[in-house]
Design a protein around this ligand. Structure first.
Ligand SMILES: NC(=O)c1ccc[n+]([C@@H]2O[C@H](COP(=O)([O-])OP(=O)(O)OC[C@H]3O[C@@H](n4cnc5c(N)ncnc54)[C@H](OP(=O)(O)O)[C@@H]3O)[C@@H](O)[C@H]2O)c1
Length: 283
């Protein structure tokens, strides 16, 4: 299958390329595949993909808050170009979206049917991207994930591990709960979805839930690091963009498609093992 992969050099993109080895994958990175380029849809159509997996986006949540114009240009209008390109090629589209489309007022995992109400610019621009994806291409699957981390790129897990060796204690938010998702596990789920013709919305996050504080403690425990972790509130953290206090994703619908992700803590263990291999010089 010919698959055009936007954001191929991002943390999930690199894992997907590793998993989709038997497929004809076209990595679609900047500058050739710039989301703000008005000729992008024609470029995508010209590659004649069977499937477009659209991962690229402006993913810096506080950055989006500071620069809403770019957030919408990349995450909404950029996604429109991608979906029009997919439609012109008569391809399927899988669009990666986020748990931040929810406001966090629930206390149990969000299902695909729950109403959306994003609290920040990132969430609103990704939701606009969901709408563009569905409007532009009839064969679209919106895949929402959460708290993503992997061996490539920067993320919460890597930040905790590097701060733990330089700081006497870490202050981590305890009033945000969600489902940490290991990028390699999510890539395997996406590989399981590429031959289905399912459309609509599916949630796919690491199984179970925890607070950011519990997540940090688990990372340090699994890594054998003894740094003290102090729970703080979201207000104390002083971040620019509001975050939902609760955004765990229900796996029930994903299970109906015969797919699942391991429990989130198993993701942390696997990440730590894979990270060692990733850091080893190749033979
Ligand atoms: N990270 C999370 O916690 C999380 C949670 C839920 C959902 N998601 C969604 O999952 C997807 C993958 O996330 P990720 O963490 O793998 O992303 P990431 O590592 O931040 O990578 C983002 C990718 O988008 C590309 N990109 C950014 N701006 C672009 C532009 N204007 N034109 C073309 N490409 C552009 C980047 O290219 P450069 O390398 O050139 O900058 C990079 O390849 C995203 O759609 C994100 O919204 C992420």
């Amino acid at each position: 299958m010919r698959i055009l992969l936007t954001g191929a050099n991002g943390q999930l993109g690199q894992e997907l390329q590793r998993v989709l080895t038997g497929e004809d994958v076209i990595p679609a990175n900047r500058p050739d595949y710039e989301l703000m380029d008005p000729t992008l849809s024609a470029k995508i159509a010209a590659t004649r993909p069977d499937l477009v997996i659209h991962l690229a986006g402006y993913t810096d949540v506080d950055g989006c808050e500071r620069d809403p114009e770019t957030a919408y240009a990349v995450n909404a209008q950029g996604t429109r170009c991608v979906s029009e390109g997919a439609a012109k090629a008569n391809a399927r589209l899988i669009y990666l979206s986020t748990d931040y489309v929810f406001d966090g007022k629930k206390t149990e995992p969000y299902t695909e049917r729950d109403p959306v109400n994003p609290l920040n610019v990132y969430g609103r621009s990704k939701l606009a991207g969901e709408e563009e994806a569905v409007k532009g291409c009839r064969r679209t699957l919106v895949l929402r994930t959460s708290w993503l981390y992997g061996v490539h790129g920067n993320n919460f897990v890597k930040t905790i591990l590097s701060l733990a060796v330089t700081q006497p204690e870490l202050r981590v938010v305890e009033d945000q709960r969600g489902s940490p998702t290991y990028a390699r596990h999510l890539a395997q789920v996406i590989a399981g979805l590429i031959r289905s013709d399912v459309t609509g919305v599916i949630h796919a996050g690491g199984e179970g839930e925890c607070s950011r504080y519990e997540f940090a403690k688990a990372i340090l425990q699994e890594a054998g690091l003894g740094c003290r972790v102090v729970p703080i509130s979201t207000v104390e953290s002083g971040r620019l963009a509001l975050r939902p206090p609760y955004s765990a994703l229900s796996a029930a619908f994903l299970h109906q498609h015969g797919l699942s992700l391991p429990p989130w803590r198993e993701g942390v263990r696997q990440f730590l093992m894979d990270r060692v291999k990733h850091m080893e010089p190749s033979a």
